[in-house]
Design a protein around this ligand. Structure first.
Ligand code: AHR
Length: 651
């Protein structure tokens, strides 16, 4: 983009001339990806269990182990209660489980319950947050092995032990069965606990002790926390990449993420260690991911491991590792079949074996899967290359229109980047997944990165990027870079910031886009940049609409883009000033036909170091006002600001 100097500044609201109208192809425009800005969801920082997944009971199926996290065991987050003079004992058993995939359960042996009974208390993930008058769905699986019946008293208690809600469940002598009840707390508490007490003599087994708010996102059973899900939905992402990240290729072959273990009845799913040092219940599994995508109007982008584990498997970067592990080639055909089955599960007719399973889960219609990722930042070893090629060829042969995303290492350059690109070119992989976490300065000085990319090669999915901080300056550097993604939306097809979510006190990676506790959600300044770009995506990029006094060459403290959304006809300008002084942007809209001068202007601006925090969650927020856009105008952008001007158009 050329950068002639313009010194005049006009009043923001001075010009209000209506434009003439007609719907035509815009001179100087090129089509760009309609899916450009999306999100990357990984269960890191308690993003899923204890986060987006609305289950309130921690370790509901007694499957925690020390390998999930040092010191954890099947009774972590549970307390044994024997109230009054109740006598008996609790033990963790695995002799005759509810399902082989869910091997542990608790046995309560009640010698004498006296008046109050004995049982267990769950303290949730940092407490169980409940609201007065709201409904909570309690359920558990139980089996009475001895005694005619063992009644259960179920309570919600506040931190001082006061009962907020209670119900009784008569559990007859019977094999495993699920029991349900609704609890309505009488008071709001951020840190309640769930109590299950056996009040009759006998022996009873318990498993899958669960509590969900009835109000989940879109009221889905086994659903998502509505405030967090809505915050994500408000980004207006065009796609969702999941389930990782490192979580996908896992810590050793035993820890690869296997999508088949995450679908079907929740009590039959396979929980496993989370590479980020905690536990995955798989309650938020592939069905829930796909359903969430549908609920927010985003395309699903599942990523499968490329037949190898993370190259850092077996330890940390510091203490050394056993490195990348590869599935034996003799087992790779079966592994590739699992990937083909995923496509059939998502898209196949209900008469197909896997389409039937999707239908049985409540979704007979296709999920319209268009994208599949293979691999994540993998080391480009011969083992990786052969396995990636095998999976790629299998998927491409059966589903030639599937947009397969390959991987090119963990950084913006280097050996894995070069080898990954070479492999992608050799195989004609439709897209490759680039990742980089760099300083703001890097984002400003690499604004031309994709201008130089060969349009004949694979397209780019910028699957993970962030500028290593949550200040306004970080966010503005990212905004400047995002204008370059729009400018290069013909070669960059998809882009997503990373990581998305982080729970206070359980964060393995900083910075993140959205911070939360059990009761609060704090979108960062970076979030609002993503939101402004997400809510203002276009289908064509129009060059030379904005000219600037500085920027472009090497250190882009000024950056701008202009896109047009063909569905509305709106023209959208993004003007970024990453410098410490106000700067003029000269805008020429004269080539657009049918624009209305009525526009909206949204600005994100403030102190360079400003952040949104739990103590001050609204330090920097976007502000929207009406704006009158002339055919030609100069806009003076505040220091450290992103301005989005949306001019109403016609289709
Ligand atoms: O986004 C956090 C991690 O960063 C991802 O799991 C991984 O792909 C990358 O190294």
């Amino acid at each position: 983009m050329k950068t002639p100097a313009f010194s005049f500044i006009i009043s923001l609201l001075a010009l209000a001339t209506p434009f003439s109208s007609s719907a035509q192809t815009t001179p100087g425009s090129k089509p760009i990806s309609p899916d450009l800005f999306g999100i990357f969801f990984e269960d890191i920082n308690y993003a899923a269990d204890g986060g987006l997944y609305a289950e309130l009971v921690q370790n509901r199926s007694f499957e925690y182990t020390p390998s999930d996290h040092g010191g954890w065991d099947p009774l972590t987050s549970w307390e044994y209660l024997h109230e009054g003079f109740a006598m008996g004992r609790v033990s963790v058993e695995s002799v005759a489980p509810l399902h082989a995939n869910n091997p542990h359960y608790v046995e309560l042996r009640i010698e004498n319950p006296f008046q109050k009974g004995l049982g267990l208390k769950n303290v949730g993930f940092d407490g169980i947050p409940v609201k007065a008058g709201e409904k909570y769905d309690f359920s558990l699986w139980a089996r009475v092995k001895s005694g005619a019946a063992v009644p259960l008293l179920v309570q919600l208690r506040d931190a001082k032990g006061a009962v907020l809600a209670e119900t009784t469940l008569p559990v007859p002598a019977a094999d495993w069965q699920q029991y349900r009840a609704t609890l309505v707390p009488s008071a709001t508490a951020p840190d309640a606990s769930l109590v299950v007490l056996a009040t009759g003599k006998g022996v009873i087994d318990l498993d899958m002790v669960s509590l969900f708010p009835q109000k989940t996102f879109h009221n889905r059973p086994n659903g998502l926390r509505s405030d967090l899900a809505q915050t994500i939905a408000d980004l207006k992402p065009k796609f969702v990449r999941f389930p990782g990240g490192c979580l996908t290729h896992g810590d050793g072959l035993e820890n690869l993420y296997d999508w088949k273990n995450t679908v079907g009845p929740v009590e039959q799913r396979v929980a496993q260690r989370n590479i980020w040092d905690y536990h995955q219940t798989a309650g938020l599994g592939y069905f829930e991911y796909f359903q969430f995508c549908e609920d927010i109007g985003a395309k699903p982008l599942p990523v499968v491991a490329a037949g190898v584990s993370c190259q850092n498997s077996g330890g940390s970067w510091r203490i050394g590792s056993i490195g990348q592990q590869a599935i034996p080639m003799s087992e790779m055909a079966a592994y590739a079949q699992d990937v083909l089955d995923l496509v059939e599960w998502a898209n196949g007719p209900v008469t197909s074996p896997w389409g039937a399973k999707r239908a049985a889960a409540g979704h007979p219609a296709s999920f319209n899967l268009e994208y599949v990722g293979i691999g994540n930042e993998d080391k480009m070893t011969p083992e990786f290359r052969s396995r990636f090629t095998l999976i790629y060829n299998a998927v491409h042969a059966k589903y030639p229109n599937m947009k397969i995303v390959g991987t090119v290492g963990p950084g913006p350059k280097g050996e894995d980047y070069d080898l990954g690109w070479a492999l992608a070119s050799q195989l004609n992989v439709p897209l490759v997944d680039e990742h980089y976490y760099e300083k703001p300065k890097w984002f400003l000085s690499n604004n031309q990165r994709y201008d130089r990319y060969d349009r004949a090669k694979s397209k780019v999915y910028l699957g993970e990027y962030a500028s290593q901080g949550n200040t306004l300056y970080n966010a503005i550097a990212e905004a400047a870079y995002m204008t370059s993604l729009e400018r290069n939306g013909d070669v960059v097809s998809l882009a997503s910031y990373a990581p998305l979510l982080a729970k206070e006190g359980h964060t393995q990676w900083n910075p993140d886009l959205i911070y939360f506790t059990n009761t609060t959600v704090v979108p960062t300044v970076n979030y609002y940049v993503q939101q402004l770009f997400g809510q203002n995506q276009g289908t064509e990029y129009v060059s030379d609409v904005v000219t600037m006094t500085t920027g472009a060459a090497t250190d882009t403290t000024m950056a701008a883009s202009c896109v047009r959304d063909a569905t509305t006809g709106d023209v959208i300008l993004k003007l970024v000033n990453a410098g410490s002084t106000a700067q003029p942007f000269k805008v020429n809209l004269s080539r657009f036909k049918g624009l209305n001068s009525a526009a909206t202007r949204t600005t994100l601006a403030g102190d360079k170091e400003a952040k949104n925090t739990f103590a001050s969650p609204q330090t920097v927020l976007p502000k929207t006002t009406a704006y009158k856009a002339a055919k030609n105008f100069t806009y003076t952008a505040e220091p450290y600001s992103l301005t989005v001007i949306r001019v109403r158009g016609r289709r």
